[in-house]
Design a binder for this molecule. Structure first.
Ligand SMILES: NC(=O)c1ccc[n+]([C@@H]2O[C@H](COP(=O)([O-])OP(=O)(O)OC[C@H]3O[C@@H](n4cnc5c(N)ncnc54)[C@H](O)[C@@H]3O)[C@@H](O)[C@H]2O)c1
Ligand SMILES: [Zn+2]
Ligand SMILES: [Zn+2]
Length: 377
């Protein structure tokens, strides 16, 4: 079938609307009609070449839609099901079997190679040029083909226009706290960068009972929102002395956990420097930058550690329904961070995310979905 997709043809090129050919559904795959998709900073990292990816490509990995066809081997999903799409994993390696599918041995191949494991492509141009898919998902398209392991079934009453971003950004933030850092009640947490990932982490730190939650950003408007969502303290690191403020807030002890979502080298280093004895930092940004550390002074003498955490070390099928539950209970108000755009406004939506104007852009791809109901926020 023919689909309309936003294609990135070269590094730093814009999203271009093109008609592509979608292949047939294989036995473990489903055809999904995309209703809406969030834009995550990782899409932008690929578009601008901060992370290597074979182009041309259809990006997008925070999709939500409706299943229109299922492959012969697909279990537990049927035509008409409402689904949120997350990442793909093999399901049988030791990491998958022990509940850590984002550590799947095939994760890079399944999510970042652009092709299926058999080398075939999901999308092709009219002249036969293969077009890469991303995360086995590629949600910046009217229809896409998704592996059954990417799928998270949601209730028929869930509004698919809102919940796509639970598949990556907010899942990453929340999972980094619950699965990665695992604070105990009364612990302290500092989050650098209050975008979708940072604010997802912050709301979760509150749910988990952290008593001191510090949000750091360079935009006061974002820090205001952080405060409303549960930050006990905010620091504008452009205008305030970070180390002095953290010292003041923690009585000179430092914080138990830090998360960097900025990817800025100096900030990733600061996220180590503010740690208390025994503290753990999670640098989760997708960034070409790296830092130098003094293993003895920065880590050993204070029993500190650095922990890499992919996709919040989450099992999307378990965590996303929990996040929807917290949202319904008013504890995970990610809807406050969302701005809707039409599909053809994708370049504008992406630019608004870069400039800081919009925290989480969502593209409405199927304008007919619940057209008689107002947008959910
Ligand atoms: N590890 C993973 O599995 C995973 C998953 C999803 C996203 N990510 C990555 O996480 C990062 C955050 O994603 P996001 O969607 O929240 O991005 P975002 O751009 O919305 O948020 C980043 C925030 O950092 C702030 N910031 C920038 N420079 C700063 C500085 N010097 N000091 C303090 N704050 C600063 C910005 O103002 C912004 O609010 C991205 O790099 C993204 O690619 C990682
Ligand atoms: Zn993402
Ligand atoms: Zn696996």
């Amino acid at each position: 079938m023919k689909v309309i997709a936003a294609v990135v043809n070269k590094v730093n090129g814009p999203y271009e609307m093109e008609a592509l050919q979608l292949s047939e559904v294989q036995q473990d795959e489903v055809l999904v009609k995309i209703v809406a998709s969030g834009i995550c900073h990782s899409d932008e990292a690929l578009r601008v070449g901060d992370a290597e990816f074979p182009l041309p490509a259809v990006l997008g990995h925070e999709g939500a839609g409706i299943i229109e066809k299922v492959g012969s081997n697909v279990k537990n999903f049927a035509v008409g099901d409402q689904v949120v799409l997350s990442y793909n994993y093999c399901g049988t390696c030791p990491s998958c079997r022990t509940g850590h599918p984002s550590s799947c041995k095939d994760w890079p191949m399944l999510n970042m190679s652009g092709m299926r494991p058999d080398g075939s492509s999901v999308f092709t141009k009219e002249d036969g040029t293969p077009v890469s898919n991303f995360f086995t998902q590629s949600s910046f398209a009217t229809h896409t083909i998704v592996h059954q392991n990417n799928l998270v079934k949601v209730d028929p009453d869930a509004d698919l226009r809102l919940i796509g971003p639970l598949g990556c950004g907010f899942l990453t933030g929340a999972g980094t706290v619950v699965n990665g850092l695992k604070p105990e009640i009364g612990d302290s947490m500092i989050v650098f960068g209050t975008g979708a990932v940072g604010l997802g982490a912050l709301m979760t730190a509150k749910i988990e009972g952290c008593s001191t939650i510090i949000a750091v950003d360079i935009h006061d408007s974002r820090l205001e929102i952080a405060k409303e969502l549960g930050a006990t303290h905010t620091i504008n690191s452009r205008t305030e002395d970070l180390a002095a403020r953290v010292g003041e807030i923690t009585g000179g002890l430092g914080v138990n956990f830090s998360i960097d979502t900025t990817g800025v080298a100096a900030v990733m280093k600061a996220a180590i420097d503010v740690l208390a004895v025994g503290g753990i930092t999670a640098p989760v940004a997708v960034t070409p930058n790296s830092i130098e550390i003094h293993t003895v002074l920065d880590l050993v003498f204070a029993n500190r550690s650095i922990k890499g955490i992919l996709m919040g070390d989450s099992v999307p099928q378990l965590e996303i329904p929990k996040l929807i539950g917290f949202y319904k209970a008013g504890q995970f108000s990610f809807d406050r961070l969302v701005q809707f755009y039409s599909f053809d406004q994708i370049n504008e939506a992406s630019a608004d995310s870069n400039s800081g104007k919009t925290i989480k852009p969502i593209l409405i791809i199927d304008e007919t979905y619940r057209a008689d109901e107002p947008l959910p926020v």
